[in-house]
Design a protein. Structure first.
Length: 350
């Protein structure tokens, strides 16, 4: 009788164990995740003589556009941001964010604008004889010519210093000295023209003056258009996020659409397909999304090969690029014996 009871207990326990093996159990995968803006555009100066512009799509994890701007003489050509962008400042699509400027072009513009002011003063003398206003314009032209001469002197002193260090050729030094001499001559001419207006003398032909004005305006417009062609514009609307490194000048991110990137081990990635629902938790913020892209190749992360799962997040003002959290994938339930079947190979592989 006693043996029968023991056998009955053993049989009952065995049946219960078998039943447990076939009871469906819920499954889920937990993994870290990191938030990125869908589109990011960075302007970086990794070397003194070049600027790099990179437009990244963090959903496809690819570079949409890459531009390299390189100049041989950073002492004559330089990049200047349009303004000092502050944190979280909005930037509109096609907005000018900076440009490349040539000291030589700026010097030439100053000279042409000075010549134009003098030509307009001459024309006013011929047409109206209103000397009070003309004197002011002529005096302004002289001031501009003096300022241009000071700028040229500064450039010449720089070239002379480089020549003493044998960093520029003798020809460049001679060219710089010639430019300074030309600027001095132009200043003398402007001062002479000012004296002409003061004495009441007039130019001989209005047509000649009008022709000079038209030619000067054309040259100024051409130079300004040339500068416009060297302006950099934002490829899309977004917000400027200051970067910690000194190389990054501008960092525009469009946060209307965010991307959550989730690294998964190869054995876990097998259970995930496109369109799979995923819960993303960031402290007290929980959002739901679906798998948009699964990377084809694994990457070494934390010394293990992992695949990157990318999900889209839209219309959430509480999330920002750089936030980290946890991702939870809910998987179909399956019996306990299937779990044992997965665990045993992993145990032996160790």
């Amino acid at each position: 009788m006693k043996d029968f009871r023991q056998q009955l207990i053993i049989l009952t326990v065995a049946l219960l164990f078998l039943l447990l093996l076939f009871i469906p159990l819920p499954r889920k995968i937990k993994a870290p995740c990191l938030i990125f803006a869908r589109h990011q555009w960075r302007l970086q100066s990794d070397q003194p003589d070049r600027i790099v512009a990179t437009w990244q799509d963090h959903l496809k994890r690819s570079v949409v556009q890459f531009d390299l701007y390189q100049f041989d003489r950073p002492d004559f050509v330089h990049f200047r941001p349009q303004m000092l962008f502050s944190a979280d400042q909005s930037i509109q699509e096609n907005q000018v964010v900076g440009g490349f400027y040539s000291f030589e072009t700026q010097r030439l513009l100053e000279s042409l604008e000075s010549d134009l002011a003098v030509a307009r003063a001459k024309l006013a003398v011929l047409q109206s004889g209103a000397k009070t206003a003309l004197l002011k314009q002529a005096e302004q032209a002289v001031r501009l010519a003096r300022r241009s001469l000071e700028s040229v002197k500064t450039q010449t002193q720089r070239v002379q210093f480089l020549a003493e260090q044998q960093l520029v050729s003798t020809q460049e030094l001679e060219d710089a000295l010639s430019r300074m001499e030309l600027a001095e001559i132009k200043l003398a001419l402007k001062e002479s023209e000012l004296n002409v207006i003061k004495t009441g003398a007039k130019p001989q032909e209005i047509k000649v003056v009008l022709s000079d004005i038209k030619g000067l305006q054309s040259q100024i417009e051409l130079l300004k258009k040339k500068e416009q062609n060297h302006m950099l514009r934002a490829p899309f609307s977004g917000i400027h996020f200051p970067s910690g490194d000194q190389q990054t000048l501008i960092n525009i991110q469009n946060i209307d659409t965010l991307v959550a990137q989730i690294p998964l081990l190869a054995n876990r990635k097998k259970a995930i397909v496109r369109g799979h629902k995923v819960a993303l938790v960031f402290d007290d913020i929980r959002v739901y999304s679906r798998v948009a892209i699964i990377s084809r190749n694994a990457e070494m992360i934390a010394q293990q090969p992992r695949f990157i799962i990318s999900c889209l997040i839209s219309g959430n003002d509480n999330l920002r690029p750089g936030m980290s959290g946890q991702a939870f994938f809910q998987l179909p339930s399956r019996p306990l014996w299937r779990h044992f079947a997965d665990w045993i190979p992993q145990i032996y592989s160790r």
